[in-house]
Structures are given as C-alpha cells and as structure tokens.
Design a protein. Structure first.
Lengths: 492, 298
C-alpha cells in the first residue's frame, strides 16, 4: 500500500512539474537567432539550411530556418505569427498572399530601407510581381516554374526519322491546332504499327517511321494523363481558357460577371479537346480507356502518369518542369533529353475576348509562374527587418547566393538571362520561352479559391472522364455553365 | 485508503481538471466567441482583438444560406443512421456468437479487436485500394465472374460510397463494441435463462425479453459512442473519397472551409463547428436519455 501511495504521489508530482514547464514554455522564450526564415518549399529544406550556414560563416548573422510543406505550412505559419518569436522572412504563394496583405504582415517595396534591395523588388516584371495590382511589390520570387507538353527529344527523332529534333521543335512551337490534331492521329497509327504517315507542322512535312525502335517500342499511347489528379485539368488546363479572356492576374481576380461568362466558349472548346486527347492515353500496362478506372488514383495518379512517361510508354506528358527529378530517378538519360513544348488549344480568334491573348500566342507559349515568394514580416522588429533585408540582398546578388539558387536549389531565377544554363533541360526550356516573349500568365490562382477543383474539375472528373462514349455536347455546356455560375455567384 | 482519497480528492483531480480546462473548456469558449467574428487564424480583420472583428450573426446566416453545409449535414446524417445500425447489429451478432463458443474465445476477440488499434486514416487508404482494385477489377467488376453492381466502383457514387464508409468503419470499430456487448452479456445471470427455459420460452423469446432489456446499459454506451463518432467521422471521408462525388461530410467540410478560402475564413469554420456541436450534443443526449429510461434493474 505504501509503495502505491508513494507511486501515485510521484506521478502527480511529475504531472505538475511537466505542466509547469509547459506553462512557462509558452511564456518565456529566449531568441537564439538574428533572422527567422520560414520556408514552405520542402524540396530545398536541406540546401536552404546549408545556405544559411554559409551566410553565418560569411557575415556572422545567424539565420534560423524552419521548413514546412505548403498545405500544413500555412496552418503552422498562422500559429508562428502569433508566437513571441515570429518569422522575420516567410514564404507564401500568390493565392495566399491576400491573407498576409490583409493582416498587414507583408512589407512592401516602399517599406524597404536598403536601396539595392528596393531596386530588386521594383525590377520584378509586372506579371511576376506579388502585389495588389497598383504596381507595388511585396515579395522576392523564389523561382520560376512552368508547364507544357513535355517530350523526349530522342524519341521525337526516332518516331520521325530525324537526325536531331531542333527543326521539329521549332516547327512544333509554331504549329496550329489542326496540325497538332493530325500529328496525334499519326502518332496513334504509329503506335498501332502503321508508320509512314505524312504530317505537316508549321507547313513542313514530317513522316512517321515505319519501324519501331528500342526507344519507342514501349509506346502504348500518345499522352500520359493523370486522370485522378483534378489539378492537372481543373487548374493547369483550364488556365488556357483564362488566357483567352483575361490579360493578367489582377483582372482575373477582379473579374466581372460578364467577363466570367466570356469563358464559356473557350472552356467548352477545351473540354471538347480533352474528349479527343483522352482517347490516346498511355498506361502502365497498355492504353487506359476512359471509364471508372481512368480516375483511379492507383492507375492514373500523378506518380503513375510520370512513371508511364518515364518508362517510354507515352510520347508526351502535359506537366511542369518539376517532373525532372522523378523522370531522372527512373531514366537519367531520358531526363537529360527532355524538352518542353507549348500545348495546342482548339480555339479561334473569334473565341478570344477583347483583352485576351491571341490564339497564336497561346499555341506558341507556356504558362510560367512564381511558385513562392520571400516576404519580410512587417510586424518583426526593426532590427530583424534590417537583417532580413541584408540577407535577401545577399541571396539574390552575391556569388554564393546566386550559385545556391541555380545549382543547389535548381531554381530558375526570375531574372534569368540566356547566360544561365541549368542542369534540368526543362528549366532551360522555361528560360528560352522567357527570352523569346512566349510566356502565358498562370492566373488560375486568381479564381475563387478551389473553384477549379470543386466545379469544373469535379465535373470533368466525375461526369466526363468516367464516360467512355463521346461526350454529349449538351452536358458539356451545362457542366461548364454551372461551374461559371458558381464563380459568378461568388463575386461580391 | 478510502479516507486518503477523500481527503486528497481535489489534489488528485486537480491536474486533469486544469488540463481539461486549458485544452477543452477555454478553447471551446474562445471558439464560440470567435464564431461571431471575422477571424483569419493568424489575426482578426480590422484590429488586434476579437471585439474589433465582430460581425454579429453573419457567419451563422451564411452557413444556412449556403447549400454546401446543409448538403453535407444531410449526407452525414444518412451516414450516421446507416453506420449506427450496421455497427451495432454486426458487433452484437459477433458478441452473441463468441459468447456461445467454448474454445478460442480470446483468439476471436483479439482478431476482431485488431482493426481498432490500426490507424483509421492509413487503413482508409488500404481500403481505397481494395474498393478500387480488388472489388472493382477482380471480384465484382463488369468483367468479373461475380458481377455485383452495388460493389463495383463504390467510391464513384454518393450512395454506394455511403455503404463503403459503413463497411470500413464497421470493420474498424466492431471489435471494440463487441467487447462492451460481450461484457454486458456475461453480466446477465445464467439463472434467468434457465428459469425461462423451464417455463418453455423459445431462444428468440429469450433474446427479446431477457437479453435485450438486460443489455440496455451496453446499448446506451455503444449507441452513444457510435452515434457521436459517426457524426464526427472524417478520416475515412478524406482517405476513401476526398469528398468527391458529393460525399463531403461535416467534419471534412469544416476543414475545407479554412483550406478552400483565401483569406481563410476561420470565423466561419468556427461557426460551423458550433452548430455541428449543438446538433451532435442534442442527438447524443436525447439518445442517452431514451436508452437510459429503458434500462431495467434485476
């Protein structure tokens, strides 16, 4: 009995002590850093830590880094902002910027004391600026990302009997939609064993080879499509329709009901194009027909689609530069030979709204965007803010900093010029499009939060991709209209 | 010993009381206050304090004027009814079966209990694979030998998904409820059954007139637990369907309210949570009162 009594007292004691430390733990906290950097890009978690150690070596300024992925990252950031030691620099993407702007956490370029850093804030091209639409700049871009039709150049050479793919790439970039459609049909024939078909791209003739080669013998479809991933069509594909109506991010965010309604024709046409494209879907074990299995995440998830493409079972994948790592882990040589081509859309000039981008421009460009921005916390102490300014300037101008961005983070700098050569060929493609004025906005973040996924994306996934027959024109019209109505209803 | 506990009652209870107050009661009260404000999680719109962001009943009004909340509430209610029935019937039948056998009681109890200790979310993903691939491709698909449309592509229709949720949740909790029912059954004295048998009562009659009334205390607790957990169910909703095909339930909807609005509408989500709490509390209390009144003493 005595031992029991003793034990219970000890346990109670432990509980009280631990609660005591919990309580005091919340209150007092000593600062062991000069700058607190809150990072939400997990792929650079280790290298950004190295970067900060380098910075401490060079300047003696201690940077504490905390990395947390985007979805949970925002929730953790919200509580960090309410703690005593709030982040000095934090990272957000375009769509969550409004939150920190409204809460007055975002330092604008006008608040920046350091003239050199201020100049960088102001030098960001308008379409990449994080702002309220008035031209003020609130963040420094992490990098530039983009998406388009990705292909293996060696495979292009084999399919079309070419020495190198350069002319093909050039012609493809200028080709229009009918030429693209005819190419898809020729590729489908090629995969079925009927080569020797002539196609034209940009007016030049290409002929599919009559024999399959080692590289192309695995092909079982033209495209690797991730039917289970709504974002691939609800955001990245629908974005082409946005380009046809809205000139930029701010105008998409402030769309009027009439403007939203103008999306109808481009959207309907894009959905019909999807009806065509999804007939040529490659899979792990042979072509994947539309139906219940087409949206099965163990069959057409993102990883599965990238895997199918990496194994040479699909000719193209409509994805972004971020697939490089995954492709590389399956087939390093393939990864070195990737190129990004513009997606083609079945639109005519009459479908384009007054402010929209021309059909030729859409068909020859790729959407590019800044995935995350560094923001200086306006509520941090003046001392910390000054240190943060120095750090961001160093990161973007010093030799060590820029070397880290390009080589360690493997990021395309927002101000990349043609001298920048990256290891990832897709990143080099992105730089090429930037240099040649062939970039589209990536303004889907500006539509009502999750509108794409919950309305048009759900419609495409649940009603269309599961339907093996040709899609009914009326139901496409209805589905698109009901999606647009939900956007219109959310306009305040 | 008894006097020791009596004397030191408050001292012994204090730690749990403080903890309960700190992590349940205070945040709960705070949450009610915040549901009347435009709260963003990190800050209040228009000032540093909650009273700067008061919006009155705005959050509550917009909940009842939006389809999504009412739709999710309806769907959750349907699920709760189905799940409570299936879970209770299955666990009671299993308990009655285990009661009857003489060897291997412990083994069966352990086997049925096992799913309960596995992580619900992780098992949801395993079951998703089973529904999508084993059920739809191998066992019950259109090209399979046993083509059963009800069990084919269960996660691609709100009605079939309801059944899928019930199957997985029953598989998970039946072993736990079984233990409670088994304990209740063991507490019913054999003498009563013997007396009934002498009087010529059939097995069925014994079940309705003896087992059910005397098992009422177990029903009270199991019904309460299954009702509350079915209303609050989220892990399977996330893992099996992600709320697609119109299968979003209330708990997931509250999470999505925050994740799918920018700036995040924490105040609105809080108001949804308050309404949700009132509904679940009312139903659960009504159920406990109803079943308690049916409990009999021997």
């Amino acid at each position: 009995m005595k031992t029991k009594k003793l034990l219970s007292l000890v346990l109670v004691g432990i509980m009280l002590v631990s609660m005591g430390t919990m309580l005091t733990g919340c209150g007092s906290s000593s600062k062991d850093y000069d700058i607190y950097l809150y990072n939400t890009k997990t792929e650079i978690a280790d290298s950004i830590q190295d970067l900060c150690s380098k910075y401490e070596e060079e300047t003696g300024v201690k940077v504490k880094v905390y990395t947390c992925g985007t979805a949970e990252g925002m929730e953790t950031l919200r509580s960090e902002m309410n703690s005593k030691n709030k982040p000095t620099i934090f990272s957000v993407n375009q769509s969550s910027f409004q939150e920190w702007y409204e809460g007055r956490y975002a330092c604008s370029s006008d608040d920046i004391q350091n003239p050199d850093l201020k100049a960088i804030y102001e030098s960001i091209p308008d379409e990449m600026k994080l702002g309220d639409g008035t031209g003020t700049s609130y963040g420094i871009p992490y990098n530039v990302e983009g998406y388009g039709l990705i292909a293996d150049t060696r495979m292009i050479c084999d399919v079309f009997n070419l020495e190198n793919a350069e002319n093909f790439i050039e012609d493809f970039r200028k080709a229009d939609y009918p030429e693209f459609e005819q190419m898809v049909l020729a590729l489908d024939e090629y995969i079925k064993g009927n080569g020797g078909v002539d196609i034209t791209l940009n007016g030049n003739t290409y002929t599919t080879a009559s024999e399959r080669t080692g590289l192309t013998e695995n092909l079982n479809g033209v495209f690797a499509i991730a039917g289970a991933e709504k974002w691939t069509y609800a955001n990245h594909y629908v974005n082409y329709a946005l380009s046809a109506v809205f000139p930029d991010y701010t105008s998409t965010a402030n769309a009027t009901a009439e403007q939203v309604q103008q999306l109808k024709t481009p959207l309907v046409k894009l959905v019909k194009e999807l009806d065509f494209l999804t007939n040529y879907t490659a899979g792990a074990n042979g072509a994947v027909p539309r139906g219940a299995n087409y949206i099965n995440s163990t069959v057409t998830g993102y990883d599965q689609a990238v895997q199918t493409f990496s194994e040479g079972k699909a000719m193209f994948i409509k994805q972004g530069n971020w697939i490089y790592q995954n492709v590389s882990s399956v087939d390093a040589e393939k990864a070195e030979n990737l190129t990004m081509l513009p997606m083609k859309v079945d639109l005519e000039s009459s479908d384009i709204a007054e402010n929209g981008v021309s059909v030729e421009k859409i068909n020859s460009s790729v959407p590019e965007f800044v995935s995350q921005y560094y923001l200086i916390n306006a509520k941090a102490s003046e001392e910390e803010k000054a240190a943060a300014e120095d750090f961001l300037l160093w990161l973007n101008t010093s030799e060590t900093g820029t070397d880290f961005i390009i080589n360690k983070f493997a990021f395309v700098p927002f101000n990349a010029d043609s001298s920048v050569e990256m290891e990832n060929p897709l990143a080099n493609s992105l730089i090429w499009y930037m240099q040649n004025d062939s970039v589209l906005g990536n303004d889907f973040d500006a539509f009502p939060e999750s509108w794409g996924l919950n309305t048009i994306g759900a419609f495409i996934q649940e009603k269309l991709l599961t339907d093996a027959e040709e899609w009914d024109e009326n139901s496409i019209n209805e589905g698109v209209q009901s999606a647009l109505d939900s956007w219109i209803n959310s306009i305040k | 010993m008894k006097t020791f506990y009596k004397k030191k009652f408050w001292f012994m209870v204090l730690p749990s009381l403080v903890l309960f107050l700190m992590v349940i009661i205070i945040p709960f009260m705070q949450g009610i206050l915040y549901s009347f404000t435009e709260w963003r999680g990190a800050y209040f719109v228009g000032g540093d304090h909650w009273w700067d962001a008061l919006v009155g009943m705005k959050n509550y009004v917009s909940i009842f004027t939006s389809d999504s909340f009412l739709k999710a509430l309806g769907y959750t209610t349907l699920y709760a009814i189905l799940a409570v029935v299936v879970q209770n019937v299955v666990s009671l039948i299993l308990a009655l079966m285990i009661k009857k056998i003489h060897t291997g009681k412990g083994a069966f109890r352990t086997i049925y209990f096992l799913p309960y200790v596995l992580g619900a979310l992780a098992m949801g993903y395993v079951w998703k694979f089973i529904f999508e691939n084993v059920f739809s491709q191998i066992l019950f698909g259109t090209e399979s030998f046993f083509h059963i449309e009800l069990l084919n592509n269960m996660l691609q229709s709100p009605w079939k998904a309801l059944l899928a949720f019930a199957i997985v949740s029953t598989w998970q909790v039946a072993g736990y409820y079984l233990i409670i029912y088994l304990n209740g059954l063991n507490n019913i004295s054999e003498d009563i059954y013997e007396a009934a048998r002498i009087d010529g009562a059939s097995e069925w009659y014994q079940f309705w007139k003896i087992t059910i009334p005397l098992l009422m205390p177990s029903f009270t607790i199991v019904l309460f637990m299954s009702l509350a957990s079915s209303f609050k169910m989220m892990d399977l909703n996330v893992s099996l369907t992600e709320g697609n095909f119109g299968t979003t339930m209330i708990s997931y909807l509250i999470l999505k309210t925050v994740r799918e609005s920018s700036p995040p509408e924490y105040g609105m989500a809080q108001a949804q949570a308050v309404i949700f709490f009132i509904i679940v509390a009312t139903i659960s209390v009504a159920q406990v009162l109803a079943t308690k009144s049916k409990e009999v003493e021997m």
